[in-house]
Ligand binder design. Structure first.
Ligand code: NAI
Length: 470
């Protein structure tokens, strides 16, 4: 019987990073993954393929709409099969890369589905039904999450799709209706709008991207509306029915009604994307065999990744907190370091969020709404990209940077941005905040000219009222 120091169930960003870190620290480690490739949702059907499609569709739209103004003449044509192919090639290369990293760090990949079998034991079942028992001093649950469903609306991955189906459409739908104005809905809605679909977003709340700063969310909705997306906010979806002609499905009729009451509305869609959140993958793990119950929503309670059963740990989407790959990765490192007797730690105040659309949305720390609710006195510095020279040179002037700092100490409490590629720039503020920086520290740090990053500095200057370039 195979025996390990650490066995991790799940090979996504939580699980694979845990296996790599365990190998680095000299622990005998294995990662159990049932999918044919490592990398979990993120690499296979989430972050990576969506970014490949976002990048390609962004360039397609840019070429069609903006090349002429830049003095470039070109006849542009969409080759969707090739766009899908380059996406798949990227996914394959990256998942193979994780296999290489496992070998490099002497972590085993045990192929199959893992389920607990009492403390310290995991049974792994392969596709052909064969079973093996693995023993481990520590077991880390990193089984991630799956798309939430709406009761009565069945995902067939053709006409009613979740994020996985929406990444693999073989043709641009004439009308894509997205349920949920969260990150997935707006990223994938952006992909298909750029590729020619009419996109309508139906959202339960009165706003987009819940959790993001309200002012940024409002600006974001305005930007997407200007690009052609239609928003139906404050609407509760009540049903979806397939429209058939004989045996052929022609589309979907989606019905929704105002949350506050009022007449229902039905719209015809070619494809409906259900993007209403994700739920933890904890069913089927036989948690009862180790005395663990999930909360009513399926999450596993932990204290610094420890469950209440000694030797059993949980990280990533199966535990509480934002369902983000980088949060899972941080938890993986900290959890394994604790197992190895080191001082692993995650700073949950500094987990950035990014929506990889155009413009990007990026944030870290507290929103204005959170600071107001907590009664924290804060000062604000703001700078628009329309006043940033590089953004102007690139004709990418939409958006702004907002820095929130403690009114007394000047410590940076939150940063919220909408603008060109701000997702690539939020890391600067993550580092600053990790070091406990004041806004003045950023304001007095030399930034290269001409770059969009200067907007980050000018916004920090604004906290003390000395923004110079707007
Ligand atoms: P989400 O929680 O971000 O948004 C779901 C939206 O659906 C919410 O606005 C909610 O109010 C709405 N909703 C729920 N039920 C509804 C109903 N019946 N009718 C209409 N609207 C309804 O979830 P999303 O976008 O599915 O993403 C899932 C997770 O994946 C999130 O935690 C997200 O952070 C993560 N993710 C992160 C990405 C990134 O970092 N760029 C990319 C994609 C996903």
């Amino acid at each position: 019987m195979a025996q390990y120091d650490v066995v991790i169930i799940g090979g996504g960003p939580g699980g694979y990073n845990a296996a790599i870190r365990a190998g680095q620290l000299g622990l005998k480690a294995a990662c159990i993954e049932k999918r044919g490739t490592l990398g979990g949702t993120c690499l296979n059907v989430g972050c990576i393929p969506s970014k490949a499609m976002l990048h390609a569709s962004e360039l397609y739209e840019l070429a069609k709409k903006d090349f002429a103004g830049l003095g470039i003449k070109a006849a542009i044509e969409l080759d969707l099969p090739q766009m899908q192919k380059q996406k798949s090639e990227t996914v394959t290369a990256l998942t193979k890369g994780i296999e290489y990293l496992f070998k490099k760090n002497k972590a085993d990949w045990i192929k199959g589905a893992g389920r607990l079998d009492g403390p310290g034991r995991v049974i792994v079942t392969t596709d052909d039904g064969a079973e093996q028992v693995i023993e481990a001093r520590n077991i880390v649950i990193a089984t991630g999450s799956e798309p939430s469903k709406i009761p009565g609306i069945e995902v067939d991955q053709t006409h009613i799709v979740d994020s996985t189906g929406a990444l693999a459409l073989s043709k641009t739908p004439d009308h894509l209706v997205v349920i949920g104005a969260g990150i997935i809905g707006l990223e994938l809605g952006s992909v298909w709008r750029r590729l020619g679909a009419k996109v309508t977003v139906v959202e339960f709340l009165d706003r987009t991207i819940p959790g993001a700063d309200g002012e940024v969310a409002t600006a974001f909705q305005r930007a997407l509306t200007k690009q052609g997306m239609t928003f139906k906010l404050g609407q509760k979806v009540t049903g979806a029915s397939l429209v058939k002609s004989g045996k052929t499905v022609k589309g979907v009729n989606l019905t929704f009604e105002p949350v506050k009451g009022g007449p229902a509305e039905t719209i015809a869609a070619d494809v409906v994307l259900v993007a209403v959140g994700r739920r933890p993958n904890t069913a089927g793990l036989n948690l009862a065999s180790v005395g663990i119950e999930t909360d009513p929503r399926g999450f596993i309670d932990t204290d610094h990744f420890r469950t209440k059963t000694p030797g059993l740990w949980a990280i990533g989407d199966v535990t509480h907190g934002p369902m983000l790959a980088h949060k899972a990765e941080d938890e993986a490192v900290a959890c394994i370091e604790l197992i190895a007797g080191k001082a692993g730690h995650v700073n949950y105040d500094i987990i950035p969020g990014v929506v990889y659309t155009w413009p990007d949305v990026a944030w870290v720390g507290k929103t204005e709404e959170e600071l107001k609710a907590a009664g924290v006195a804060y000062k604000t510095g703001k700078f628009p990209f329309s006043a940033n020279s590089r953004a102007r040179a690139n004709h990418e002037t939409e958006g702004f940077v907002k820095v929130l700092a403690d009114a007394k100490t000047d410590r940076i409490l939150g940063v919220h941005m909408i603008g060109p590629q701000v997702g690539e720039m939020i890391g600067e503020y993550c580092v600053a905040m990790e070091f406990g920086a004041a806004s003045e520290d950023v304001a007095r740090t030399c930034h290269p000219h001409p770059t969009r990053s200067e907007a980050l500095r000018q916004a920090a200057m604004g906290v003390e009222g000395w923004t110079m370039q707007a």
